[in-house]
Design a protein around this ligand. Sequence first.
Ligand code: DAH
Length: 427
Amino acid sequence: MAFSLAKSTFLSNSTLYFPKNCIRSFGFFLPFSTFVAVDRFNGNKKRQSVVVSALEIGGVNISKDEIVRDDPTNNIPDTIFAKLGMQLHRRNQHPLGILKNAIYDYFDTNYPDKIDKFDDLCPIVSVKQNFDEVLVPADHVSRSYNDTYYVDSQTVLRCHTSAHQAELLRNGHTHFLVTGDVYRRDSIDSTHYPVFHQMEGVRVFAPNEWEGSGTDATSHAAEDLKKCLEGLARHLFGGVEMRWVDTYFPFTNPSFELEIYFQDQWMEVLGCGVTEQEILKRSGRTDNVAWAFGLGLERLAMVLFDIPDIRLFWSTDERFTSQFSSGRLGLKFKPFSKYPPCYKDMSFWISDSFTENNLCEVVRGIAGDLAEEVKLIDNFTNKKGMTSHCYRIAYRSMERSLTDKEINDLQWKVREQVENKLKVVLR
Ligand code: DAH
């Protein structure tokens, strides 16, 4: 299940400012985009995969052996390492880049020459940055190995762009946007993927900005925040109905979510609030007040561009990539083909340590983006207290039809690894 940094579960989804030498780099260094090997042919279309053993992000050189290690404090699979450095949000022709730029336009119009923008901060951050500095409680579920990717016990792949807030505040920034890839161990379905993209926004007020307003600092910031984000929603969606919902985040108080009414339902589009005074105090800004927000770019882009499945953002098929162009927010994606999904069921007796996120990691490790959904369809406990789960796995390619043999082979591998790695007993 997804965790969110809201509500009681604290819920659902750099240098991070990593000092340039804080990840040791090996003697050799391969720029991540240069070494490309053809791994398969699909009809006439070449499908390519990037072979990476080292990469460079935000001025930091990172080698694979430092990120993927066979060590109990490390839970990063090859499939996740392969996504580091892809930075979809920095491609101006990609829906995520187009959306990022549209949000930039809104802020540049409303705060001319004020906003500092960061979109190349390293996603490998310390536990301190990701959790402690934004006041995430020590026992919060989001810190667990089940929910977060750990490089080692003190280093994670950021699970939210809020990981950069404190450091940027300390460095003196008062108006800033941080866009980046974020990582969460998660379930598999059309709106969840273990890597997605967020944008964080922070604005700091000096005392003279609220002193004349007739309201206290917190109310002033909350009011300004709501006005700013309502304007952003109108900029992106036009005249939509929206509403504010009170919520909880460890880093803000009060905290809100903005929902917009879209296709007959209310959809949460962002979390935000007035920054906890403790964060400002620790950044040497005791006299200030600030607001902050975080939004998920995929969620907004799926709605704005009519993109039906989150895996498509990673597609290199030109039938996907050629449909978008820089600066064109209104374009609607036309599905180029819809191949049928193939379903395979699997039942097993679970152990105490079983989690659905671990199952999904095994499935993604084998099937990659061919895994469309993993869904619990049956669950019972027998008289001896043994619990059985039955999962239905949907396999589907966005780009081609899959053969029976291919799917059966995948499913056998999944069964084998589920039994070996997850300590469950297949039925
Ligand atoms: N970090 C939150 C998440 O990933 C989103 C968020 C909420 C960011 C409120 C903020 C904020 O800056 O003020 O769920």
